[in-house]
Design a protein around this ligand. Sequence first.
Ligand SMILES: [Zn+2]
Length: 294
Amino acid sequence: MSDDTATEIPAEFLDPEGDAESQDPELLFETSTTTLRQLWAKWMCRKGGGSFADPAIFGRKIGGVPAPAVDAYHALEAALKSAGYAPKSVWAYNCRAIAASGKPSLHSAGIAVDIDPNENPFTPGDKHAGKIKANHVAAVLAIRNTRGTRVWAWGGDWSKPDRMHFQLDVGPTDLDIDWSTVPGGQPSSAGKAEAAPKTAAASTTTSAKTTTSAKSRPTDEEEQVLTKGAGGQAVTHFQKLLLAWDPKSLPKYGADGDYGSETIDAVKAFQKAMGLEPTGNIDGVTAAVLAGVK
Ligand SMILES: [Zn+2]
């Protein structure tokens, strides 16, 4: 069934992305996907108040990377380069759900990256059948933080190998890279304590010029919180998304545009399933994660 939806996803994202918990337990994941979602909740779908950076990796800007993760991306780049791998396309941030589980992908927090999806496609069998070979992977997995914890995990180690996919295996406070462990060493662009997040100052300077990015900015509506007693089209919209997530989530009233107790319970169930705090209110993060369910 999840295969049916694959054709609607751009080729760049043909990455079904397994849930670490549903994968072989003896594989090399230290941290469960649920835990990672919680650790990185502030960055989920850019809606939780976390600061972001757009570091240049492999010669192009990678948008939507959490500021604390920038050095890890530079380390990944250095490791792959030193192992002789030069990607043509690299995708990180993408607010979306995992097809199989409906839970938010770690790409939604910018802490997972897909390397050359076209050349490392999701097909069954040999995990090294793509362009990414064992020595490339070993170089990335060698990266440690200053406490000796491995920083990246590889989707190729899942029981259904997702060769293009690397994800961070630690939380935002565990990303002080031990550059002596990084094959290729510390690039000059890395190692600054905190990559500059997008600041108000930056947008002030650009406002003097013609604003080109205004259209793509989130509107204030997305910051509103819907709660009990709300009604109308916005409520109907989210009720439809809840029903798309679980057709049985609103058994009595369906998408009736009324934020009553049935909707509160459905939102709580959804938030629990996504590793979010079950408030029953639709805040920006919940709204964004719901939007990825369609
Ligand atoms: Zn991926």
